[in-house]
Design a protein around this ligand. Structure first.
Ligand SMILES: N[C@@H](CCC(=O)N[C@@H](CS)C(=O)NCC(=O)O)C(=O)O
Length: 216
């Protein structure tokens, strides 16, 4: 049976959100772990823009945006109704995450690469996280009292933001966001999504994501 092929990079937050949605949907993929500095020709051929993640479907269609991969997986099977509340204004939260929060995260995390003032970007990022915290003070997740695609799309970025300086992050007054993040970090889906794979090269034996699940 031909499986969808997922080009992934373990630490990439976009790839993380895609892997988690795939896991939640029950889809099994062939996983090809990629080194960003040495992308395989098969990836460049499938998607010349060559960002990670990319999902190549058995019918040849190529999904090369993480949100499209999440939606595709959940449209096949969405046991926890993650698509249900991920509509309308909730989608703006993902836009805020992918534009403003990612912008500040990069400049907070890599001030030398961006020649940026890291504390200015740290504070601007935290202002966004405080808005998320205030939503979570009213309901358990970002769009409702149950988890949705929006939460899963955003938490890998909040995780990275927290990891830049854990002590500083822990000292901030964002108790609802911190609890929300910790629940994801302790979850089975996160642990599965963070399994390690060797870098793929052509001719390798197929490895599957999630690990250990044979295609049926
Ligand atoms: N909008 C894309 C962004 C994906 C993206 O930028 N991924 C990073 C890795 S985290 C990447 O592939 N960067 C290109 C590179 O480093 O060569 C998506 O949502 O899939």
């Amino acid at each position: 049976m031909t499986l969808p092929i997922l080009y992934s990079f373990r630490r990439c937050p976009y790839a993380m959100r895609a892997r988690i949605a795939i896991f939640a949907s029950g889809l099994v993929c062939e996983l090809r772990e990629v080194a960003l500095a040495d992308k395989p020709d098969a990836l460049l051929l499938a998607s010349p823009k060559a960002t990670i993640p990319v999902l190549v479907l058995p019918d040849g269609r190529v999904l090369d945006e993480s949100l499209d991969i999440m939606i595709y997986a959940l449209e096949q099977n969405d046991p926890d109704n993650w698509l249900e509340t991920a509509t309308g204004s909730a989608v703006h939260l993902v836009e805020t995450n992918d534009s403003a929060l990612k912008h500040h995260l990069d400049r907070y995390k890599y001030p030398q690469r961006y020649e940026s003032n890291f504390d200015q970007h740290r504070d601007a990022g935290m202002a966004i996280l405080q808005r998320f915290d205030s939503i979570l003070s009213q309901q358990r997740f970002l769009t409702a009292d149950s988890c949705s695609l929006v939460d899963v799309a955003i938490f890998p970025f909040v995780r990275q933001f927290a990891a830049v300086n854990e002590a500083w992050f822990a000292s901030q007054s964002i108790p609802f966001l911190a609890a929300w993040l910790n629940a994801f970090l302790g979850s089975e889906m996160f642990k599965t999504a963070m399994a390690t794979y060797p870098i793929w090269k052509p001719g390798d034996v197929e490895t599957h994501f999630p690990q250990g699940l044979a295609a049926v």
